[in-house]
Design a protein around this ligand. Structure first.
Ligand SMILES: *Cc1c(COP(=O)(O)O)cnc(C)c1O
Length: 452
């Protein structure tokens, strides 16, 4: 009984996989909001390095991973693929449950897979500082780690709700040398505007993005970095799924269903895209892929598939995606990384076209699943990740009913060592299950329809 399937360092994939080469129809391009025309590379060069702009639109199937990036990846990659024998046994399921474990990275999640690549390309192009936003703090800490490796400065706008709930992530960022501010701040016009309108706001990822973009656009030596949603971020994350495929080959397995939690869609896409390529090419037509999101921010299950801004201040290009409206501010649930109003255009297109599905869960059922996982497999996972563990457990129990021996893979995106207050709230029975705020979502979608 092999619990972990390991790859050797020299078996680590040397190229990222680009799903754009396998899509049957091309992605709808990002639009310039002022002209309604597709965005041009020049429009983005004020805040992104050229290499990442190229990766955003490339149609090449494989993009080589720079040697320097591979060297940093080796601090924690290749990551193990686990067989969750103990969880299976506790559930008495005939299903086989696997997960890839990204909690072994220095910041404790999948996020450095792209942070390291982004910091590297910015450094190569002479940039001295990177600004960014962070929700629960995982992205900020991943970028703080990555910039420290390549000698860049880092400014992080952290959603106020999380800044106050989760001081340890801020301390981590500061340990890696970054500066971190609770957003909305008074440092940017976007921040000042929101604070005037909503003095008591707990912030949102959309607001924090506005602040970070404005900061980067203002200074020549500063670029902006996004931890999810964009094509190049998903591209970097495919190192996960590529490793998983090799690991499944070693044990002569292939997943029937893949679950992942979706905030902006990067960790899950990183895992499922290499498998989705097989499905699109007709090699594994029956593969099921399911996104798991919170009912408090039900982007894929309740949102509209349309062009919308990536941020609240309407500074970013328009992206074709499922959205709850750029001014939608979700309730302050503990899975801070899943509180984004939109999702990655690639993942949304695949969802819209029926290649994959989505489900939404409440906080309490999600934490219940996380605790089942902790008491069987041992790891205390992030509240975000717990969403797909809930889906996995439900499916494994369904298999118990039907006797199906399904092979399940879920994306175990990170640990929850800085989310213990949320576990505590669950233990104490204090977690609120936010009812799907239908009126708020409708209001925000109506406003969006009027604008676009
Ligand atoms: C940030 C984060 C997420 C959500 O972001 P995605 O871009 O959807 O991956 C999920 N899990 C963990 C552990 C995270 O840090």
């Amino acid at each position: 009984m092999q619990t972990k399937i390991f790859l050797d360092e020299n078996e680590m994939p040397k190229k990222w996989y680009n799903i754009q080469a396998d899509l049957l129809t091309p992605l709808d391009p990002p639009l310039n909001p002022s002209t309604g025309e597709p965005i041009r590379p020049e429009d983005l060069s004020a805040i992104f390095p050229m290499e990442l702009i190229k990766q955003e639109v490339t149609q090449k199937k494989w993009v080589p991973i720079p040697e320097e990036v591979l060297d940093v990846y080796k601090l924690w990659r290749p990551t193990p693929l686990y067989r969750a024998y103990r969880l299976e046994k506790a559930l008495k399921t005939p299903a086989k449950i696997y997960y890839n474990w990204e909690g072994v990275s220095p910041p404790g999640s999948h996020k450095p897979n792209t942070a390291v690549a982004q910091a590297y390309y910015n450094m190569k192009e002479g940039i001295e500082r990177i600004s960014t936003e962070t929700g629960a703090g995982q992205w900020g800490s991943a970028l703080a780690f990555a910039t420290s490796i390549f000698g860049l400065k880092c400014t992080v706008y952290m959603v106020r709700a999380s800044y106050e709930q989760k001081p340890y992530r801020r301390i981590m960022m500061e340990t890696w040398g970054a500066e971190c501010f609770p957003s909305p701040t008074d440092r940017t016009e976007a921040g000042k505007m929101i604070r005037k309108k909503f003095p008591n706001t707990t912030g949102s990822l959309g607001i924090a993005i506005s602040e970070a973009v404005e900061d980067a656009a203002k200074y020549e030596n500063t670029n902006y970095s996004l931890g999810s949603v964009l094509n190049h971020v998903l591209l970097h994350q495919t190192i996960q799924g590529l490793e998983c495929k090799k690991q499944f080959e070693i044990i002569d397995e292939y997943p029937d269903v893949i679950y992942g939690c979706v905030g902006g869609g990067s960790n899950f896409s990183g895992v499922f895209l290499p498998f989705m390529g097989d499905k699109l090419r007709g090699e594994h037509p029956d593969l099921q892929v399911v996104s798991c999101e919170p009912t408090a921010c039900p982007t894929l299950t309740k949102g509209l598939y349309t062009y919308d801004f990536g941020d609240t201040a309407m500074l970013t290009p328009l992206l074709k995606m499922h959205t709850l409206g750029h001014d939608f501010i979700p309730p302050p649930i503990h899975a801070g990384g899943l509180r984004y109003h939109g999702d990655a255009p690639i993942l949304c297109k695949l969802t819209k076209e029926g290649y994959m599905d989505a489900v939404a869960y409440h906080q309490n059922e999600v934490f219940k699943a996380a605790i089942t996982f902790a008491r069987t497999e041992g790891f205390l996972i992030a509240p975000e990740t717990a969403h797909c563990v809930k889906a996995t457990i439900d499916e494994a129990l369904r298999c118990k009913e039907t006797g199906e021996e399904k092979t399940i893979l879920f994306a175990n995106s990170g640990h929850g060592h800085f989310d213990l207050a949320a576990y505590d709230a669950y233990h104490e029975g204090k977690l609120v299950d936010y009812e799907y705020p239908a009126e708020l979502i409708e209001k925000s979608l109506k406003a969006l329809k009027n604008k676009t």
